[in-house]
Design a protein around this ligand. Sequence first.
Ligand SMILES: NC(=O)C1=CN([C@@H]2O[C@H](COP(=O)(O)OP(=O)(O)OC[C@H]3O[C@@H](n4cnc5c(N)ncnc54)[C@H](O)[C@@H]3O)[C@@H](O)[C@H]2O)C=CC1
Ligand code: BAL
Length: 511
Amino acid sequence: MTVIPATDSATHAAIEIPGLGKITVPIGLFINNEWVLPTKGQTFTVVDPSTALPIVDVAHAMAEDVDRAVHAARAAFETTWGNNVSGAHRGNLLNKLADLMDRDVATIAALESLDAGKGISVATSGDVPESANCLRYYAGMADKVHGQTIDQFGGKKLAYTLNQPIGVCGQIIPWNYPLMMWAWKVAPALAAGCTVVMKPSELTPLSALYMCDLIKEAGFPAGVVNTVPGLGSTAGEAISRHLDIDKVAFTGSVATGRRISVAAAESNLKKVTLELGGKSPALVFPSADLDQAANWLGLGIFYNSGQDCCASSRVYVHDSVYDKFVSLLKLKAETCKVGLPSDENTSFGPLISAGQRDKVLSYIDSAREEGATITAGGKRWAQAEGFFVEPTVLTDVNQNMKVVREEIFGPVVAVGKFSTEEEGVHLANDTPYGLAGAVFSSDASQVTRVAAKINAGTIWINNYCALSNGVPFGGFKQSGIGRELGTAGIEAYTQIKGVHHNLTEVMSWPF
Ligand SMILES: NC(=O)C1=CN([C@@H]2O[C@H](COP(=O)(O)OP(=O)(O)OC[C@H]3O[C@@H](n4cnc5c(N)ncnc54)[C@H](O)[C@@H]3O)[C@@H](O)[C@H]2O)C=CC1
Ligand code: BAL
C-alpha cells in the first residue's frame, strides 16, 4: 500500500486498493453535505492491519468541528428533517441510499476489507449487503412509527401519544464492523426523523466517509448526516459532553461506555444507548449434534477474527462429550481459512491493530501461566507481516482465569466442562456481561428451559452468530443499555409525548 498525496483537494486522496486499482476517497470532515477541513488542520493516520503500513491520513475533528456539525444537524432537524418531512419521504431516501450501496458494493467492500482487515468475499457478501438491508428494513419502518389513542375518559377527552424523533443524535462506533455499526445507528435514527453527528472509529473511518458522498447523492438534505472522524478523547468526548446533542448512541468497550454515560450525565443528561462487550457462554449438552455445535461455535469465535462483541468466547461442554467436542473444535481452528484480506478465499484476516494483537497474545500467555492447555493455535500467524493471531482453543480452564473472566476480543475460545444442567447454567451466568449465549441440545424442553435461564440479551439455540435486522440486539447486565435492530431499534430514537385533548369538560372556578 502506497500513500499518495491528496489529489484535487485536501479533503480527498487517491489510494491504491488491491484488486481494484487507484480510487479517490474522502478524507475530510462532512458537515452540511460539504467536505470541509478541520479547524485546527490536524490529521491522524489510518493503517492497513494486514501489512502494518499506513493507508492514508484523515482529518481529525476537534471540539470546534463537532460544534459545527451539531449546528448543521440542529438546523436540519428544525427545517428539512424531523417532523418537517413525512416518514414515507425519509424511507424513500433510505431505500435510495441502499440502492447506491448495491451499485458501489465492490468499492465499499474493498475499502472495508482494506481498512478493517476483513476477507474481501466476506465484506462483499456479508458486511455491505447486510448493511444495505438494515437501511431497507428501517426505510420500511419510517412511515409506521405510530403512537396510541387512549380512550378511558367517557367521551370527556381524547388522549393520544406521539412518538417524536429525539433530535440531534451523536453516534460513536467501533472498528470491528465499521459499516454495519454505521448502518445499525444511522438507519433507525434517520427513519425516526433524527439528525446525526457520526464519529467513526479512528482505526476504520473510510467506509463511513465514503457513505457521506452517497448520502448527498441519494438526496438527503444538508445537515441530516454529518461525519466527524477523530479520536475518542477529542471528537468522541466532545460529542458525549455537547450541550446541544439530545442523545448519544455508542458501541464499544465497557470502559468507554462508562465514560460516555458520565459525560452525558455531567453535561445535559442526554439520552444514552450503549452496546458494550461480552463474554458469551455456550452450553453443549450430550444430545447435541456435536459436529454442528463445533461448526457454529467455531464460526462464533473465529468469525471476524473473534473481534465481535457477541463472540462465543466461553464454551461449556457436558463432561460425557467433552473430549469428542474438543477434538472437533480443534479441527475447526486448524482448518480456518486465515489469510490476507484481498484473497477471495480468506474468511479470517488480521486483528485491527498491533495493540489488539498484543492484548490477545498476552491473554494467551496469561492462560498458559494460569495452567490452561493450548489445544490449538496460541501464537502469531507467521505467514504475513500484519496483526494476525492463530485461531486458538484453550482447555483445562477454570472460572478464575483471566481468559474466562475478561473479554479478549480475538480468536480465542476457552472450553470448560459441566456435569449437570444446573451447573452449566450457573457457569454461563457467572460473569458481569450479558450480551449473548447459546444452547446446543436436541431436547426441545431443555433448550427452552436453558434459553430462559441464561441472563443475556440474545440466545441462540443450535446455532450461533445469526443476527437479523428484525430481532432486537443488546445487553443484559454490563453489556449495555437499550436495544438496536427490530422495532426496539427505532423506538430508541423516538420519545413519547402524551397529549390530552379536552372534548367536553368545563372547568369551574374557584375549584
Ligand atoms: N462491543 C463491541 O463491539 C466492541 C468492543 N470493544 C472492546 O474494547 C476494547 C478496546 O478497544 P477500543 O478501540 O479501545 O474501544 P473503545 O470503546 O475505546 O472505542 C470504540 C469507539 O469509542 C470511541 N471512544 C474512545 N474513547 C472515547 C471517549 N472517552 N469518549 C467518546 N468516545 C470514545 C473510539 O474513538 C471509537 O470510536 C477491545 O479490545 C474490545 O474488548 C472494542 C470495539 C467494539
Ligand atoms: N456482533 C455484532 C455487533 C458487534 O460486534 O458489535
